[in-house]
Design a protein around this ligand. Structure first.
Ligand SMILES: Nc1ncnc2c1ncn2[C@@H]1O[C@H](COP(=O)(O)OP(=O)(O)O)[C@@H](O)[C@H]1O
Ligand SMILES: [Mg+2]
Length: 287
């Protein structure tokens, strides 16, 4: 049911004419960020709205690989000023579009001024085109990941029940809040045995977040450990598309619905993603 407050919120967002920017991040690699990013983007697009997935996680299993795509151009060409952002958008399965990443992102803060300006201009173009921009960031507290996470309107922090993933998730959370005190971070617990395990992980992280950072960490949801996820990865196809009845798909649909409809956490703010992004790179004034 669409209530009045919700439609009002949606109106406010639409009237900004700017995408909601959501960074998906984690402390540790291999927790399912890229898989969650791709499949969430598709499930969100199915609910209406233009979703652009920006690949800033430059590992081997990147967004393109997971979707069976291979493109000619990537962010490097935008940074170098050879292409505009809209030229390098790739149509991907499931009705989303992706921006292939480039290793240039890793040295973002050290780019020459003109290149940084190209990147920022490109991101601004994207914000006008899309309703949602999902950024699959690198794991860990590197400058690139933190810059995206601290600048985004909302952050989805992915962790698993593994102790090391929980500890690293906390480290990431702490760093994001250190960069931006009022960052809106929500937790997605992946590869769980069941809801109870997910709640236990969420409880633990929310507890330390409250105790040591004085910040709420709200719980977005969980995804079960499900062999369909890795089977889909092996086929370079998103699991929401090829396994619509898999447990992981059902949980993911719930989360996508929450993000699209129940979102209220991140009120539109005067200083948007780009300004914050430029600031976290120490480039204030360029955006
Ligand atoms: N819910 C899940 N159930 C089972 N396997 C999963 C799940 N989520 C991710 N995986 C597997 O974990 C591996 C790492 O996922 P990936 O999305 O590449 O992680 P990250 O981007 O965080 O490094 C992949 O092989 C993927 O198939
Ligand atoms: Mg990844």
């Amino acid at each position: 049911m669409v209530d009045q407050a919700q439609s009002l919120r949606e109106l406010v967002w639409k009237s900004r004419n700017k995408a909601r920017v959501i960074a998906i991040t984690s402390g540790k690699g291999g927790v399912g960020k890229t898989s969650a990013s791709v499949n969430l983007a598709i499930a969100m697009a199915a609910r209406g709205g233009r979703v652009i997935l920006l690949d800033a996680d430059l590992g081997l299993a990147n967004v393109e690989v997971l979707m069976g795509l291979s493109s000619l151009y990537n962010l490097e060409h935008v940074i170098e000023g050879e292409r505009r952002m809209s030229d390098i958008l790739v149509r991907a399965p499931g009705g989303i579009e992706i921006i292939p990443g480039s290793s240039g992102l890793a040295k973002m803060a050290d780019l020459p001024a003109a290149a940084r300006q190209n990147l920022l201009q490109g991101l601004e173009d994207l914000q006008r085109l899309a309703d949602f921009i999902i950024i699959d960031t690198m794991a860990g507290i590197g400058r690139n990941a933190v810059a995206f996470a601290a600048a985004a309107d909302e952050v989805i922090l992915v962790a698993t029940p593994e102790p090391s993933a929980i500890v690293d998730a906390y480290a990431m959370l702490k760093t994001v809040h250190a960069c931006r005190e009022n960052a809106v971070v929500r937790l997605l617990v992946n590869m769980v045995a069941g809801d109870a395990q997910a709640r236990a992980v969420a409880g633990k992280l929310a507890g330390v977040s409250q105790q040591y950072l004085g910040r709420n960490l709200s719980y977005l949801g969980c995804l079960p450990r499900d062999p369909h996820v890795s089977q889909a990865v092996m086929q370079s196809r998103p699991f929401v598309l090829i396994y619509p009845n898999a447990p992981a798909t059902k949980y993911l649909q719930v989360i996508a619905g929450r993000i699209v409809h129940e979102q209220s956490a991140a009120e539109p703010s005067k200083e948007g993603f780009l300004k914050r992004f430029a600031q976290s790179l120490g480039l204030a004034g360029n955006a």
